[in-house]
Design a binder for this molecule. Sequence first.
Ligand code: ACM
Length: 548
Amino acid sequence: MVDVIPAPSGGAAYGDGSFELGPDTRLVAGEGAAGTERWLRATLGAATGLPLAPGNAGDAGAADNAGDVRLSIDPQVTRELGEEGYRMDVTRAGAHLVGGGPAGLFWGAQTLRQLLGPDAFRRAPLPGARWRLPLTRVQDSPRFRWRGLLLDVARHFMPKEGVLRYLDLMAAHKLNVFHFHLTDDQGWRIEIKRYPKLTETASWRTRSKFGHRASPLWDEKPHGGYYTQDDIREIVAYAAERHITVVPEIDVPGHSQAAIAAYPELGNTDVIDTTALTVWDSWGISSNVLAPTDTTLRFYEGVFEEVLELFPGRFVHVGGDECRKEQWSESVTAKTRITELGLGDEDELQSWFIGHFDAWLTARGRRLIGWDEILEGGLARNAAVSSWRGYGGGVAAARAGHDVVMCPEQYVYLDHRQAPGEDEPVPIGFVRTLEDVYRFEPVPPGLTAAEAEHILGTQANVWTEVLEDSARVDYQTFPRLAAFAEVAWSRLPAPADRDFADFERRMTTHYRRLDALGVAYRPPTGPRPWQRRPGVLGRPIEGPLPNR
Ligand code: ACM
């Protein structure tokens, strides 16, 4: 039985019978296939205990197969299916995976692993296990080029091992953009060599609110952690080996209290005593935002200089969301700046602030991306937008000619609860079930074809205020990330026409894959006793799905 998730977009045909991998099976890799060969030998080698010995590279593209798993890249597949597309043929004589490029080959390898059965997701073989690939012909390529996952490692730190594990989980679901939310009011998580206090001071807090901000409970122990620059290099390289691009987010000018606590001169010193600020221990939107001064601009240019050295991807996320303006309204420095620049108000000041970094990044060959608030007050054409406050920001951005990543909170904020009722741990936000996510449509209705071209893709966001450890992250993220992956990858019909019953049927196998991977997902029947958080206050929002 074959239950591939995300469903191959070009369909898959299955015959009777199988090709069985054994001690003599060779893994034969042609030009451009070395990365996938390495991954398959390491991953399937561990799961199966088979040597998967290398073969003659010249045989990789040949039609006759002598019991091999063959990997090659073919320009014809590139033309027909793109760099991320692949074809797979499994006959009784062997398996042949042909990519449109190295990425396509890698995504094909993910399908191949799924076809071997859930035990192929373990790290050592069970006694007596057999490794059969069903006779298959698959043709596949992604719908969107940006298939993202945001992990908020600022509110609760996820140690490096956990991040590498999430990159593996992304790869298994053919997701290819890791949005790394590295800084916020509650913590700064990346080593910046020229500013050591960002890690000495801003990377930890003395205690944490347990539950939503209105909860009376505190976790009275220090919380913190950060990635060294070598950790970041390792993460970026590990992602690249999996054809995942890492988009770092350094949030400005709001969500910056941790940085101000470390370097008080970054704050609005003419309004409050910024030397009294600490890394925030509660949740919400802090009013302690960056001052719009040259000191701040130069400081963050220094931060971004180090960030650019670590992250080779084109996009750099600068946040730009939820910047409260009370301090700017009271600040003589901010008012003077507004006057000097000939701006109308504080919103235009924010636009100027973001515009500064847009020009700065563009001059260095990069592209700025920010949350949809950056549209307010005008935005340079080159900048891209993460549309989180519903579809509206994405529509406005696409109409104005900006590239867009759709991640509306009403659908794909995976910190939101996934069922009604008392049992969901720390219930916040809308009820968004597995089926709701499955029926999420990333392209907003009403766009012209040309405007829709600006929708780069879609992203699920995992904010961690109420997710204190990786088991809580797993619970909120899975199984919904599997539905999201199918939305992002497969060419599904319109939401109402999607076959959720078939997806659920395939999920019965996928749960076994997640079990083998050790993912603490939410079972379809509801949380296990230890997944509940009885008595911890959340903030459920009632209401119908908007914008459908
Ligand atoms: C956001 O959720 N503030 C981007």
